[in-house]
Design a protein around this ligand. Sequence first.
Ligand code: MLT
Length: 416
Amino acid sequence: MAQINDDYLKLSGSYLFADIAHKVSAYREKHPETELIRLGIGDVTRPLPPSVIRALHKAVDEQATAEGFRGYGPEQGYRFLREAIAEGDFAPRGVAVDPDDIFVSDGAKCDLGNFQELFGRENVVAVTDPVYPVYVDSNVMGGRAGTPAENGGWSGIEYLPCTAENGFVPALPLKRPDVIYLCLPNNPTGTTLKRAELQRWVDYARANQCLILFDAAYEAYIREDGIPHSIYELEGAEEVAVEFRSFSKPAGFTGLRCGYVVVPETVKARAADGRMMPLKPLWNRRQTTKYNGCPYIVQRAAEAVYSPEGRREVRDNVDYYMKNAATIRDGLRAAGLDVYGGVNAPYIWLKTPGGMDSWRFFEVLLEGLGIVGTPGVGFGPNGEGYFRLTAFGSQENTQKAMRRIAEAGHWSSWEK
Ligand code: MLT
């Protein structure tokens, strides 16, 4: 009889966003007349940029010719895209990334979930709290999380609280972890760290031989100066950090699927016999064994994002969503709520009114106003009492949602 990986049995029944989708469809069945506004999962709503569509068409047509047809591609990604990434995402910020250190994939979620396979079960993992659930759930699957704790966390994971009280700036760990996940700009809080604040983390990782897994999926949304777009802008980061990026949020690839990881040759971890080994060959071994590469046509589409028109179109999309972020911030503030994020990120994080718990507020918004959001506690124990709205809806729906909130009156009237 096959034996199950019991670590899977420790996980809650479903992934956060699957759980929410299930609750929303149950509500919809009961109330088909309600026009729902979905500001829950961070899925984009704008169509793909025209230059991306043109590149896709061209690449599809190439597949109809003997000369243009492509079978299996390089698992690491085609050279043309790896070079475009190094030139387009890093060189302008004064960062030299070797295209050979870039691994193209079908998205950051998969890469972030898979990367933990390179680490032994004994590694101690630290996460900011609240946190993108993939980091924690994938480490539960990998046997590194211990047992469920009473507050909804895990006994084996080190949680670094990010709350209004500390301005969403996590304190350095009290106990030295082996692996630290950082997501900046942050999902879910929509807040970020300034250069000096992030440098402290890089310095800490270097001094304590930790590895930083840096999720930069939302860097295109940074508006303010003094906030690093890549961890490699910081001194010494190429020794201790792996960076994850995505085409989903800037360029609308949530359905098309493309992302990448930078694993610098210089990033190392310890083997059981004490040798320091570079992670890059291990990730290469993992990818070449288990992954057949992002489709050629999708990589051509991603390449188009770096053309002058592609850049303009992506900027327009980002501007569009950031206008929604401002609409949400203003609308919630006018309703008397405490609001965070949404300045350098497409997520708005709010304090639930009157000490309501996150899931109760989810119900109040869904059942009272027909608005779908994400309960903060779904992102970790320190998300309790908070709630997330995304700026990725249409402008029309975002404005409508804020009108519904305004019409509901001041938050104090929502408590009952
Ligand atoms: C989110 O809503 O947190 C994200 O869209 C999920 C994801 O990117 O996987």
